[in-house]
Design a protein around this ligand. Sequence first.
Ligand SMILES: *[C@@H]1O[C@H](CO)[C@@H](O)[C@H](O)[C@H]1NC(C)=O
Length: 372
Amino acid sequence: MDLVIWLDVAVLLSLWQCVESTGAAKEWTYAGATGQSEWPVFFPECGGSSQSPINVDTSKIHYDASLPELRPLGYEQYGHEPFTLSNNGHTVEIPLPSWMGVAGLPWHFSAVQLHLHWGNGVGVATGSEHSIDDQRASAELHVVHYNSELYSNISEAKTQGNGLAVLAVLIEAGEETNQAYTNILNYLGRIRYAGQKVLIPAFNVGTLLPSDLSRYFRYSGSLTTPPCHESVLWTIFIEKVKISHSQLLKLETMLYISRPGSANPKPLQDNYRSTQPLNNRTVLSSFTPVSGNIYTAGEISAMVVGGLCGCVGLAVIVRFIVKTIRSMSSWDVLSSVRPHPQQRTKDTARDMALRTTSDPGTNEEANLQSKP
Ligand SMILES: *[C@@H]1O[C@H](CO)[C@@H](O)[C@H](O)[C@H]1NC(C)=O
């Protein structure tokens, strides 16, 4: 017994030395002994004052008219080389070629990788890292870029101010299958365990983004995973992307944080960081919060047209119901009088009489119509 304890201590000590000597305390998780609250112990920057993610309070954002529409560069030039999709135990990730980039930011940024964050599929939608007015989405895509105008590579850029730019896309569940996300989600079964990789056909990364790249929130923050460097210029698009419920379920249930061969593999779920304090930072918006807040002119006109259609539709339905009730009461009279519809011709006179009796109804309808 003593020996076992002594061995444990020895193992722990040598592990600690290993961590110390390499300077890379690598183990971290989202929950448990190495969970989020412990991150600052091993990664001091995680306890900083400009951390991510944040909640965007739309009543406190500042409109900045100088923020332009973002333009992905080369996202559609994915070439013939396949992409590598991997499960790193924290997320699914695809490294991106550095010829891909994004324009519309204060410097030129080159693509590095993309990855996702998600929840566990139980209860209300959770899983996104950023929230808007305290509403989390079901998942979140991050396309990571580094500032290739100021720095020569990602390792240099990732610790510097404005060294990284991450495009964040909020994802929610809908009815239809999102073909773009199929390019990733169809292959999760091949990388269920941590450390696994698979080659997948390259695809246009731009199709993962929402169609409106002109309306977004901007703030300065950090990596949302250790070592939490405060080097990220964040862009959160206001338009959400929809994937189907079954696609979301795949993301939430297919992967493990455990290595292959693990007897009791643990699911890779809830890999999103809790909301960090905004402190003295300002969140900018590229769109004016005054005129129509989060709706475009197109959406507003759609709503107006929709509303009108709704009113007209309601009027038609009311009219139909009134008519039906009236004709049903006529039938009641008719059925007692004549058992078979064939006899109709014989009863033309009575029909005509009935019609004339129902005539005042038409006048009432006319009155109804003139009311509004
Ligand atoms: C990144 O750039 C720095 C500075 O130019 C250089 O010292 C370092 O070796 C580079 N790292 C990689 C991984 O290329």
